[in-house]
Design a binder for this molecule. Structure first.
Ligand SMILES: Nc1ncnc2c1ncn2[C@@H]1O[C@H](COP(=O)(O)OP(=O)(O)OP(=O)(O)O)[C@@H](O)[C@H]1O
Length: 386
């Protein structure tokens, strides 16, 4: 994602990751997916009794042999670097249940220290990369995180719920429209953190919280969305001793399993699927269609997920989608659905802006208007004292 495209419109970036076969799949199923090169995948399937093949192109294709480190270094690290430059960025994992969304986004979160375990996914690696950068550079910074779960159109604050000492009740949140900030999560806990280790220990708590609640209300992880947000405020001095304030926000989203939607649902057959499907995921599909087809109305307001992530789809945020698929012939219909969906999403255009301000970019950073500078300065001071 290049800075030169700022303000001009930039397509959502979409990469594909295919997980390995499990031993039982390998014993009885055929491989239906083949990576032809680093950007193209070919799928083999039967259509009307005839063997067919179809190729799909993405901004990157990661096959069964790709490691967690490969995916982070090639695809996500450049996005995190943009956040450190003062952009808002979102990374979504989208795909059928069991195809590796949680593995890709979280992977092994426990035991992450200065050396990442090979299984560590996007979240711990992004966190470690952010703090390495902040600690290596000599400037003031503030980092705050929130962890929110969306299930059945109900938003819960997983950090605040952890403080409720395992009552099994999740702290509910409301979405509100703020005239200045747009859609905000009223009362969400944005926890100030001083190190990557602080975040890893919070995530151990939120994961436990999620599992406790899951057992109590018989929730399936494949039906809930999890949104991890990291906000960074940085105060730097230029060579001329001028103060520069940058802020960046990174949203890392592990979506619900896409089979909850079904292909007919994504096309708008609302009646048939009502009550069974995930409203947010269904609306996400409709929002993508509306944006790609340049429809006059984009139905962001029809679900909480799309309201929350409105800026990531057609807005000022830089967005990356990691579509995950299974390689087996048994999952071919879902795989084709994911590939179609992900290909369409490549056509969404965002118009990234630094901090959503008309900031002037110069060699040493981002210069803000004095009024905005004062606003941000006050906000940083407020956060420090909180
Ligand atoms: N690239 C991969 N390499 C090795 N194992 C993987 C990979 N992707 C997924 N797996 C394994 O496959 C299983 C399912 O993965 P995961 O739970 O991440 O799927 P999911 O898409 O998040 O499912 P759900 O929608 O139900 O939450 C896990 O045991 C995971 O460890």
């Amino acid at each position: 994602m290049s800075n030169t495209e700022e303000g001009k419109g930039q397509n959502v970036k979409v990469v594909l990751r295919c997980r390995p076969m499990t031993p039982s799949e390998a014993a009885k199923e055929k491989q239906a997916l083949r990576c032809l090169n680093e950007k193209t995948v070919e799928v083999s399937y039967a259509s009307l009794g005839k063997a067919s093949k179809k190729a799909f192109m993405f901004d990157g294709v990661y096959d069964q042999s790709s490691s967690q480190k490969d995916v982070f270094e090639h695809v996500v690290k450049p996005v995190v670097d943009e956040v450190l430059q003062g952009y808002n960025c979102t990374v979504f994992a989208y795909g059928q249940t069991g195809t590796g969304k949680t593995y890709t986004m979280e992977g092994e979160v426990n035991n992450c220290g200065s050396v990442m375990p090979p299984g560590a996914g996007v979240v711990p690696r992004a966190v470690a990369h952010v703090f390495k950068y902040l600690e290596e550079n000599d400037f003031e910074y503030q980092v705050r995180i929130s962890v929110v779960e969306l299930y059945n159109e109900e938003l819960s604050d997983l950090i605040a719920s952890t403080d409720d000492h395992c009552t099994g009740q999740l702290r509910k949140l409301r979405l509100m429209e703020d005239p200045k900030k747009g859609v905000v999560l009223q009362g969400v806990e944005e926890r100030a953190v001083k190190s990557a280790a602080d975040i890893f220990s919070i995530l151990e708590g939120t994961n436990k919280q999620r599992h406790t609640a899951e057992t109590l209300c018989n929730k399936q992880s494949s039906r809930s969305h999890q949104i991890f947000t990291l906000k960074i405020f940085m105060k730097e001095k230029t060579l001329d001793e001028e103060e520069v304030i940058k802020t960046g926000q990174l949203n890392l989203v592990d979506l619900a399993g896409s089979e909850c939607v079904g292909r007919s649902g994504a096309l708008g057959d609302r009646k048939k699927e009502a009550g069974q499907i995930n409203q947010s995921l269904l609306t996400l599909g409709r929002v993508i269609t509306a944006l790609v087809e340049h429809q006059p109305h984009v139905p962001y307001r029809e679900s909480k997920l799309t309201r929350l992530l409105q800026d990531s789809l057609g807005g000022k945020t830089k967005t990356l989608i990691i579509a995950t698929v299974s390689p087996t012939s048994g999952n071919i219909e879902e795989t084709l659905g994911t590939l179609d969906y992900a290909c369409r999403a490549k056509n969404i255009k965002n118009t990234p802006e630094i901090n959503q301000l008309k900031a002037q970019r110069e060699a040493n950073g981002v210069y803000l208007s004095s009024q905005k500078y004062e606003e941000m300065h006050t906000e940083i001071e407020r956060l420090k004292q909180a």
